[in-house]
Ligand binder design. Sequence first.
Ligand code: UD1
Ligand code: UDP
Length: 385
Amino acid sequence: MSILNVLAIFGTRPEAIKMAPLVKELERHPDQIRCSVAVTAQHREMLDQVLELFRITPAYDLNIMLPNQTLYEITTRALTGLGEILDEAAPDIVLVHGDTTTTFVAGLAAFYRQIKVGHVEAGLRTGNKYSPFPEEMNRRLTGAIADIHFAPTVTAKSNLLKEGVNPESILVTGNTVIDALLATVKDSYAFNNPVLDAIDYTKSRVLVVTTHRRENLGEPMRNVYGALRAVVEKHSDVEVVFPVHKNPKIRQIVESVLGGLPRVHLIDPLEYAPMVNLMNKAYLVLTDSGGLQEEAPSLGKPVLVLRDTTERPEAIDAGTVQMVGTNRDAIFNACQTLLEDRTQYDKMANAVNPYGDGKACARIAAGLKYFCNLGGSKPREFITQ
Ligand code: UD1
Ligand code: UDP
């Protein structure tokens, strides 16, 4: 029987975290699948942290990242480089993940070579092409190119069906991020990090914060940080841990509003293991990240989403995530409620798993075999409990 030659292409931290367990799963089927990895390195340090943790050595590394890179630079540098990689690697199928510019460009590069594309985390939509920007368009364009759609949830599948995607090409798998999370979070976890070790998690209430969305750069971020400042000044038992994204534009605003404040820890991006174990010990998560919206509900941590739209409605429906936007007063008031009203807090602090059950990678591997005619039947789909 011939071996399926799979090339997984990714470029940023979240893609790496969500593709790593899948790459590891595909490596468990050497009789039928050979999986290699190409990275654009749209992110550098933040990508390398993940590659190291999961012990993945890319066969190809385009190293495209530039300081303050524009969308034009990412797109053109990745497209040219990936064309050459595809010529050399000649994969039967390319796997891409989610909605970054690397995702879309990798899909496009494969299309230009008439190579099949499998889209992992397919079908997320806000319906607003500018929010999140440019991710909503990246994922729609990738969806238009993809031959196989690994949708994480039933909602994502129904978004694809509304766009006329062939139901036979869709498999609901759960999100691979939950596979990574369940393998990494341990109640006994020791940080070995001076800032995180110095916090008494039994006495302090820890707010974990991350921000990076392009549409929130500038005034929206300033408002978010202003609200946080007011929360910390009001509550002496609150500590903020804010692993600040490497984007210099974000670092400058964060530093100007929150720098030097007592009980506000502005730290470098954390490696994945301390990050999710920190969330496991936190009181509340405030974020504009997609991945954190999926992880925190699984850990029973309430999330305030610092955005006006979300492509992840499942946890909002389950009541553990609230969309607060970027208005200073709205964020301050939502924090006040969760810090002062125990009943309201307990209502949101339920562990729910609308995004996965830890078996997404196994479903995708079985799905790949089925869709690529290596045998087996279509796997049973993930159903939210
Ligand atoms: C990118 C993705 C976004 C994803 C996010 C995850 C696009 C357009 N954006 O946004 O969808 O949610 O990653 O974090 O695909 N930088 C470093 N080192 C790093 C990473 C970034 O210095 O390891 C700095 C560089 O100056 C870089 C800048 O951050 O130019 C912005 O990175 P970029 O990938 O363009 O945008 P993100 O906001 O990270
Ligand atoms: N993350 C991490 N270290 C950090 C911040 C986030 O490992 O300092 C992880 C987080 O647990 C999640 C992923 O990065 O798995 C989310 O990435 P990000 O917020 O950059 O992108 P998004 O999910 O919004 O695309």
